[in-house]
Design a protein around this ligand. Structure first.
Ligand code: HEM
Length: 170
């Protein structure tokens, strides 16, 4: 459990100011997420990622996620989606500034697809040039240049072998 494990680890460290601040921040986040989920349980709110998580059923048992499980998923989204998105946007603005002709084409596509309306999921497939700009920026400025992977069965590679369950960086 991300929340409790992180909090427990913080508790077990020497109680220096930084750790106390970390514990306080985790508690605050915990309360915020609990309140957000409790509010949704009352039936208010829109269809979004949180409602999808709350409606998701376990594929074998058919049970929905508990509040703690939903909280862990949301925390994963916040942590996983925050720095990655902000860093990607930073590089996108930088590249657009360096390439005004591409910026012009991008803005034209956004104007023609979305115009003055609020963007919706249905617009995404038609934002082809926008997608290309994002993907090219991520290719030029990758956030992650390696991944940890474990192999499901024995694998022979040019330079040697990896036994089932073993892993490495790709
Ligand atoms: C440009 C933006 C992003 C980049 C470059 C990025 C990159 C990655 C990468 C490389 C992984 C590991 C995938 C793997 O091991 O196979 C990952 C996992 C993950 N990302 Fe992102 N991400 C981005 C945005 C987001 C956003 C916006 C969210 C949430 C709203 C998010 C949530 C997650 C989560 C929850 C995982 C773990 C998935 C799992 O359990 O396997 N990411 N991301």
């Amino acid at each position: 459990m991300i929340l409790s494990t992180t909090a427990d680890r913080a508790e077990s460290l020497v109680s220096i100011t930084t750790n106390r601040r970390l514990q306080a921040a985790l508690r605050e986040l915990h309360v915020f997420l609990r309140e957000m989920i409790a509010k949704r349980r009352t039936g208010h709110g829109e269809q979004d990622l949180l409602s999808i998580l709350m409606e998701t059923k376990h594929e074998e048992t058919g049970d929905p996620m508990s509040d703690v499980e939903v909280m862990e998923e949301v925390l994963g989204m916040i942590i996983g989606g925050h720095e990655t998105s902000s860093s990607a946007l930073t590089w996108i603005w930088y590249e657009l500034h360096q390439n005004p002709a591409i910026q012009k084409q991008l803005f034209e596509e956004i104007d023609s697809v979305i115009g003055g309306n609020a963007i919706t999921l249905a617009d995404m497939p038609r934002l082809r040039y926008t997608r290309m700009v994002i993907e090219e920026t991520l290719r030029l400025h990758p956030h992650f240049w390696f991944e940890n992977r474990n192999v499901a069965s024995d694998v022979e590679l040019g330079w040697g072998a990896i036994a089932q369950g073993g892993g490495g960086c790709v």
